[in-house]
Design a protein. Sequence first.
Length: 256
Amino acid sequence: MSNSAVIQRTFSVLEAVSASGSASAKTVADRLEIPLPTVYRLLHELEDCNYLVYLKEDKCFELGPKCFELGLSFQQRLVAPHPIRQITDELHRSLGTAAYFAIYRGSDILLTYSSDCEKHPRLRPLRFGFHEAAHATAFGKILLSAMPEAQRTEYLDARGMQVLTPHTIVRRDLLDIHLEEVATRGIAWEHDEFLPRQTCAAVPVRNGTGMQVGAIAVSTPSSKANGRMKVLESTLRQHAGLCSRYLRGGTHREAS
């Protein structure tokens, strides 16, 4: 077996434990269809490196301290700066919607902050680090619309365009037409494309050179979006301007 195959198998074992919260060697072997002796060896190697811990009483493995260290480091590097979080919080309070901030990271589109409350909850799949379904999310569409065609093709070919609802755009030609409109108007809408009965909108955020580096977005039940489209758009643009001003090196002022 090649080195890359061994590495891939090791990470598959780690991910199988993570997906279950805890798992026995037999559970991992059955799920991955890998011989049990091989799974035992990989589990104990991961345990020796502190990526897993073995719970003797439960006879199962859980994530170890090294995984939590990596997760903390990842979050500390990528969490949105405090002024961006403040602006996103202001957007949430101003509109009475959940609000989000997403960025480019390498070849990915990554959600780095969300602001919500019990009355106006975020869409539950959207959590810190979320990087799926760019074709179906408003902030994903904003960032896709700014990609050169070759980069967009590479991105979508690698990740696919999963059908999430009956309204999800999954034909590439239709998505390209839609993204051209997004780029022209400077705002992306999605109605029931990511989750049923939910509407989302996003606008771009730019750095000091004018380059699009992120997007700020909101989500709300579609029934509450009706008749509020203009208010949602104008407030989004106002707060995106505050984010862009901060990224240009200015100070953050609350929206009036």
